[in-house]
Design a protein around this ligand. Structure first.
Ligand code: CDP
Ligand code: MG
Length: 152
């Protein structure tokens, strides 16, 4: 089992796409074990996007990510980090494959609706930014036997 961080970005909230995007993760069989709505501050943006702070496009990203509330989710499942990244699709919505969230709903490189951790280290680092261990509500989904075989 892996845990990954998903953010529904301000464009997802503003466009009323939260429910549709959350449904995709639920429909896949992933387990949402943490969820909160919050407003990202410039300080939080710099922490979350630490690897991008020096890029020339960072000021635009910070203005965007602080422009309206976001929803942060802790998502759990087998190989969840890779599976969620693949469901989200390529960064630029114009290039993302149809069938991915960005490919289906985004026509922008910046306003691409969803953030997803890109590996185990980023998942651990990013989950700790948005969630205390107390915020995580782990449970056993009753439908697991209908999702995969016991040895999977
Ligand atoms: O989100 P992802 O990991 O696919 O892309 P990234 O390269 O880590 O960039 C983080 C976020 O910065 C993207 O999701 C875009 O919202 C934004 N971005 C941007 O505003 N302008 C760019 N040229 C590249 C990314
Ligand atoms: Mg990234």
């Amino acid at each position: 089992m892996e845990r990954t961080l998903v953010l529904l970005k301000p464009d997802c909230v503003q466009r009323r796409l939260m429910g549709g995007v959350i449904s995709r993760f639920e429909d896949k069989g992933l387990n949402i074990i943490g969820m909160k709505m919050l407003r990202v501050t410039p300080e939080l943006a710099k922490r979350h996007y630490a690897e991008h702070v020096q890029k020339n496009w960072y000021p635009g990203l910070e203005a965007f990510i602080t422009s309206a509330p976001i929803v942060a989710m802790a998502v759990e499942g087998p190989e969840a980090i890779r599976v969620v990244r693949e469901m989200v699709g390529a960064t630029n919505g114009l290039k993302a494959t149809a069938g991915t969230i960005r490919g289906d709903f985004s026509s922008s490189r910046q306003m691409n609706l969803v953030h997803a951790s890109d590996g185990p280290e980023s998942a651990e680092r990013e989950l700790a930014i948005f969630f205390d261990e107390n915020d995580i509500c782990e449970y056993t989904p009753m439908m697991t036997p209908a999702l995969r075989a016991d040895d999977e």
